[in-house]
Design a protein around this ligand. Structure first.
Ligand code: C5P
Length: 222
């Protein structure tokens, strides 16, 4: 398989990271979770008492933090400098604050640069909100993954249960709608389907079916 770039974008909890990880493994490609990078900056900002909408303070903070992914099973580990944040970046506090941080111009500029460096050599599946539109506009394959709000909330609810988080379903639906709205309406690189991206609606599909569809799209394009 040629070492291409595969961009997978879509709204919160559409299943991007789950399928991106499997597709990357099947193709022997690297997987890069860009949401984890925005979450890591949010974690560092909260820890260092940096205001989440203070663009210049966040720019300064970013100069002091390295975000690293370390391959591991069942999921890769994430580090901010020497501190492991794999679990800490998935808490409701981070989830509900990350859109504010990710709307700041300096944060987007810096993380876009880092993501482009990671993807430079190809052989990568990268998921996020603006990969096909901004980070990797020349990616050979672009997928836009969607699912209904209800279905996404149910998936998040089940995932939360395994982690001992018990946010009710209706609250999760509201949180997902709010995050979709913020991510789609921000000024810089809002969540939007790239013109050349293929839309995949995962609402009534199993993970295996979504993976198969994406592999089929990759086969057709390469
Ligand atoms: O994918 P995940 O839900 O972990 O992303 C967390 C947040 O990071 C998103 O809600 C969005 O605000 C931000 N994000 C982004 N651009 C990306 C990836 C994530 O703005 N490429």
């Amino acid at each position: 398989m040629k070492k291409i770039q595969v961009a997978i974008d879509g709204p919160a909890s559409a299943g991007k990271s789950t399928v991106a990880k499997i597709v990357a493994k099947k193709l022997h490609f690297i997987y890069c979770d860009t949401g984890a990078m925005y979450r890591s900056v949010t974690f560092a900002a909260l820890k260092n008492h940096v205001k989440l909408d203070d663009d210049q303070a966040l720019k300064k903070l970013l100069k002091t933090i390295e975000i690293r992914f370390v391959p591991a099973e069942p999921e890769q580990r994430v580090f901010v400098n020497d501190e492991e944040v794999t679990q800490a970046i998935r808490t409701p506090e981070i989830t509900n604050n990350v859109s504010l941080v990710s709307a700041q111009p300096s944060v987007r500029a810096e993380l876009t640069k880092r993501q482009q460096e990671i993807a430079e050599a190809g052989g990568i599946v990268m998921d996020g909100r603006d990969i096909g539109t901004t980070v990797l506009p020349n990616a050979e394959v672009k997928i836009f993954l969607v699912a209904s709000v209800h279905e996404r909330a149910v998936r998040r609810f089940k995932e939360n249960q395994t982690k001992g988080i018990d946010t009710p379903l209706d609250i999760l639906e509201k949180e997902i709608e709010e995050r979709d709205y913020k991510d789609s309406h921000r000024e810089i690189s809002p969540l939007t389907q790239a013109k050349d991206a293929v839309l995949v609606d995962t609402t009534s599909l199993t993970i295996d079916q979504v993976v198969d569809q994406i592999l089929e799209i990759i086969n057709q394009k390469t």
